[in-house]
Design a protein around this ligand. Sequence first.
Ligand code: AMP
Ligand code: ZN
Length: 460
Amino acid sequence: MTLTLYDNFERRLREFRPLSGNEVGLYTCGPTVYDFQHIGNLRTYLFEDCLKRVLAFNGYRVRHVMNITDVGHLTSDADTGEDKMEKGSRRTGRSAWDIAEEYTQVFREDLAAMNIAEPDVWCKATDHIAEQIAFIEDLGRKGFTYRTSDGVYFDTSRQPDYGYLARLDRAGLEAGKRVELGEKRSLTDFALWKFSAPGEQRQMEWASPWGTGFPGWHIECSAMAQKYLGDYFDIHCGGEDHIPVHHTNEIAQTEARVGTRLANFWMHGYFLTLNNAKMAKSAGEFLRMKSLTDRGYDPLTYRFLCLTAHYRTQMSFSWDAMDAAQTGLERLRRQVFELGPAGAADPEFVERFRAEVNDDLQFPKALALLWEALKSPLPDPAKKATLLAFDACLGLRLAEWRPTVDIIPPEVEALARARLAARQAKNWAESDRLRDAIAALGFAVEDSAGTYKLVKKTSA
Ligand code: AMP
Ligand code: ZN
C-alpha cells in the first residue's frame, strides 16, 4: 500500500519511497537546551515519533538523527541578540555546559514519559565544531561567504532559488525593509560564524580561521546531517517556525556546498497554541511535562490528546481537552484490558488502519477507526490483537496497562457523600466546591444516575 506524505518543499502530497533500499534517513531538529522544552515542542517530537512508527509499520528501517543545539542559537533570527545558552546561564547562575547537560537529561525523560523513541544518533553542536568550520571553509572557497566586523555571513544573493521552501518573496522583503541591515548585504543573509564580541568573555567559544567565536545556528544542522546521513537523505522534520529561516538556511548551505536540497521530503509539525497564541518559552504560560504530571495527568494523556489533531493543523491546548483525553484514554485502556488475551489481528481492520496512517499520518481518523474496531462484532481475542497492532503506531502502551484497585480514603468517601447530597438538593455551588476538594486529594468523581464513582487520578 502506498505511503503518502506531505512535502513542504513541493507543497503537495507525494508518494514516499526511500531513496535507496529499505532504509529511511531521517533528521529532526532537536531542542535548544537553554531551558525546559514546553509541551508545544513536545507536540513536534511526538509528530516525528508518529512518522517513525508509520515508516516502521510499512516495513522500513529508520535511521534517525537528532541534534542538540547547545551553542549558537541567538535570541533573534536576524543574527543579533544574545546566544540563548549564555542567556540561560545568566538566568540560572550556572554554567552554559551544566544547563545544557541538565536540560538534555530532562528532555530525554520527557520523551520516555511520552513513549517517544530516542533517535539512533544524538549529536551536539559543540561536539561538531570542526565539521562546521570545514563546512564554512568550503562555502568560502566556493564564493558564498563574506566577512563583516561581527562574523562570517552567507551571501544569499548568490542563490537564485534561495527561500524556495518558504516561497520567500525576496524582492518584496528587500523593498519593504525597515530593519537595520548593518553590514549585511541582503536582509536574508545569515551568520555562519560569529566572533566573540570584544571584551566579552563567552563560556563557549573556539578558535577558527576567521577568529575566535562560535558557529551560527543553521550550520550545525547542515554539517551534522551530512556527516550522519549523507549529502541527500529521505526526510527532514521540525516545527513550522523552521520553514522561513532555519530550514531555508540549512537548504541554502547544503545546496551551496554539495548541490542537493539536503532532504527529499521536508515535513513540519504545526504549532500548539494556548489562548490563541503560539506556545513559546518567551511568552505566556510556560507549560512543560511536569506542569501536566503535577496536576495528576498521565504523560500518555498528552500523547493521546495530540493524536486527536492532525500534525498539519495547529492545536489549541486547554485543560478541558486534557480532561476529556484522560477520560477517553482511561476508557480505552480499560476496554482493551477487559478483552483478555490476544489472538490474531483482523487483517481487514489492520489494512483500513494502514490506509489512514499512510494518508499523511491521519491519526485522528485512525483513532476513530480504533473506537469502531472496539465496538465491532469481532471476537475478543481478534479485537484485542487488532487494537494492539494499531498501538504499534499510536504508542499508547495499551498492552502494558493494568487496572489498579483504588483504595479510597474515608475522608474522600465522606466528601463524595456530602457532594451527592448537595447535588440532590440542587446546590450546584456546594457540589462544585466539594468536587474541587476531592480533586485536591487526588480523586475524580464520576456521576451516574443517583450515585457516584470515585477514581484515583493517574499520576506520572
Ligand atoms: P527549540 O528548542 O526552540 O529549538 O524548538 C524545538 C522544536 O519545537 C522545534 O522543532 C520547533 O520548531 C518546535 N516548536 C517550537 N514552538 C512550538 C510550538 N508552540 N508548537 C509546536 N512545536 C513548536
Ligand atoms: Zn536544524
